[in-house]
Ligand binder design. Structure first.
Ligand SMILES: [Zn+2]
Length: 65
């Protein structure tokens, strides 16, 4: 993984194209754009495969398990 070029974990756009928000997750740093930040909040399962460990998060819509 390269860390010199920040890009959104979902759409992979860089900070040259969109503002990016840094996330600190399980000791690693990730970036996400404001457009896709709601995915982390509401549908984190959509990021499985892109954000390691995200499967442990629960979206608001699935808290009845
Ligand atoms: Zn994005």
């Amino acid at each position: 993984m390269t860390d010199h070029q920040a890009n959104c974990v979902h759409c992979e756009r860089t900070s040259e194209q969109v503002p990016l928000i840094q996330m600190n997750f399980q000791g690693n740093h990730y970036w996400i754009c404001p457009q896709h930040l709601p995915i982390v909040i509401h549908k984190p399962q959509m990021l499985v495969g892109k954000l390691p460990g995200v499967e442990n998060l629960k979206g608001e819509e699935h808290d009845h398990q």
